[in-house]
Design a protein around this ligand. Structure first.
Ligand SMILES: [Zn+2]
Length: 533
């Protein structure tokens, strides 16, 4: 009777074309019982959250193709409250058969909850990090793949998710080739549905990857990405890897030299703690559409791939180590995890205190990604052409084609032959807070191009505005009227912010005005910072 009912239900699902999560969940065999299947993981993290309601909250960031919840945890004091703290993300098990990569995220939850409040040196370190950070953990990005892998005897060596491919009998997309930055660009993934590294029919075609994207995108608050550092766990190879994966080039145009040096410093520091090899992700072979490339390129998050134990990968032995190694290999990464959490307030500090001072003050923007600048913020700009835009400028006689860092600048139109015409263009930075002691300095790189016919009213001006948009201070002005051409060249501007603004929220206003006829007026800005002191 009962079996008839189950068969009938199964038939119903098949007839309706639905995907059903099997009622009897697959489990690890007895000899690997210390590994967590998806249902065991869910039970475990829910009991942890119930035990520590003050600083652990579990929630779902979305659902897998087969309808399993993609469980995540938030760990912080005042959990569920946005205190503006630096945020850290960990995730595991993009690839189903990489079993140890599903254990690391559980270990991080355990370690942080077990050590919190203890009076030991480790306990104090953990307590401090839980209080001063907001830590996110996504436990299993690919639960469907894992549960399917567990149905083999013992396993199926399954890597991808369980999503059918339209127009093909093959099932599964490689979730770490489905991210949308330079997806399928460079021979670092396969277009064949049957391949192990099949990238999917299009970027973001997998619901698991879209859920990760949407969660990370949701951490942009007022133009600022709160997540600063990230590790995605894979196996195997014992490596700490940084972007980019899509190219062999150490420093392609879509990375700044400062960021590369920071990746290297952080990667090597973590590798010293766990004995892994630290290198660029493409050092073995390029992959495209992977997570860390997107995390860095789109969000400038200092994002690493850890390839866990053992040292050589690519075999059943590597994917399926005995469960006796779980505790040892998890613990091996404890200091790297704590290091990464520690650096979230200022990844640049990995290179030394001077880098923290220069790049982690009240405001930082290298203009490589959109960070919330607003063009024509009052709605009263009169320029008909050459409005401020963030982008990669073309060179022309009065416009520089270069950027100080990376490829992008704020510029009065990226095209050549389009200068500011007909009036004023204005852009505001996001607001920043002047330190309570009033000690702060605005630093930026800029250039101005003016024809000899430009008059005194044709000008590039740097001002401070308050939260109501009122102009409160002119910091710098370059104007025409000299009768000579002002050729564009990068200049360094460093101006003290007056101490009377101590504790206030201000924004930087940049304006370029063309009041005359037929004058050419252009300007560009890069590397805008407000530093303490
Ligand atoms: Zn992997």
């Amino acid at each position: 009777m009962r079996s008839t009912l189950i068969v009938a239900l199964g038939l119903l699902f098949v007839l309706a074309g639905m995907t059903a999560v099997p009622a009897t969940a697959a489990d690890y065999p007895a000899e690997d019982a210390r590994y967590h299947s998806y249902p065991e993981m869910v039970r475990h993290i829910k009991s942890k959250a119930a035990k520590h309601p003050g600083f652990v909250r579990v929630f779902s960031i979305g659902t897998s193709y087969q309808g399993r919840k993609l469980w995540a945890a938030e760990i912080s004091d005042n959990v569920g409250t946005d205190e503006g703290e630096p945020e850290v993300l960990f995730d595991g098990l993009h690839h189903a058969r990489e079993h140890l990569s599903g254990e690391m995220p559980i270990y991080i939850l355990n370690m942080l909850t077990n050590q919190y409040g203890k009076k030991t040196a480790l306990g104090k370190r953990v307590t401090n990090l839980v209080k001063k950070r907001r830590t996110w953990i996504v436990f299993m990005v690919n639960p469907d793949g894992l549960q399917y892998d567990l149905t083999g005897s013992p396993y199926r060596s399954w890597r991808k998710n369980r999503q059918p491919t339209p127009g093909s009998s093959k099932v599964g997309t490689d979730l770490n080739r489905n991210y949308g930055y330079r997806w399928g660009c460079c021979g670092g993934s396969s277009g064949s549905p049957g391949a192990l590294d099949y990238r999917g029919p299009r970027a973001w075609s997998s619901p698991e990857v879209r859920a990760m994207r949407d969660f990370v995108n949701s951490r942009v608050v007022n133009g600022v990405q709160r997540i600063k550092t990230h590790i995605t766990f894979h196996t195997a190879g014992e490596q700490v890897l940084w972007p980019y994966a899509y190219t062999y080039k150490d420093l392609p145009a879509d990375m700044t030299a400062l960021d590369l040096a920071t990746f290297r410093a952080m990667g090597k520091a973590m590798a010293r703690t766990n004995g892994y090899a630290a290198k660029q992700s493409s050092s073995l072979y390029p992959t495209d559409g992977d997570m860390i490339d997107w995390m860095y390129a789109r969000h400038r998050i200092f994002s690493f791939t850890f390839e866990l134990y053992p040292r050589s990968g690519g075999t059943k032995r590597a994917w399926y180590p005995n469960d006796e190694v779980i505790v040892r290999e998890n613990k091996r990464n404890r200091d790297a995890i704590l290091y990464l959490m520690g650096k979230a307030w200022c990844p640049y500090q990995a290179q030394g205190a001077k880098y923290a001072r220069n790049n982690c003050g009240p405001f930082f923007d290298d203009l490589e990604i959109g960070r919330g600048w607003r063009v024509n913020p009052r709605g009263s700009d009169t320029a008909t052409d050459g409005r401020w835009v963030r982008g990669d400028p073309r060179k022309s006689p009065l416009q520089l084609g270069s950027a100080v860092s990376g490829t992008s600048v704020l510029v009065t139109g990226t095209q050549s032959g389009h200068d500011v015409d007909g009036g004023v263009t204005t852009v505001w930075s996001p607001h920043f807070r002047v330190p309570g002691n009033g000690q702060a300095t605005l630093r930026l790189k800029y250039w101005v191009g003016l024809t000899s016919s430009a008059g005194p009213a044709d000008a590039f001006t740097v001002r401070l505005v308050d939260t109501s948009g009122k102009r409160v201070k002119v910091l710098h002005k370059v104007s025409g009227g000299t009768g000579a051409t002002h050729k564009p060249a990068w200049q360094f501007l460093s101006k003290k912010i007056p101490a009377r603004f101590a504790g206030q929220r201000l924004a930087i206003e940049l304006t370029v005005a063309d009041r005359g006829n037929e004058n050419i007026v252009e300007a560009g800005v890069d590397q805008v910072r407000v530093v303490a002191g």
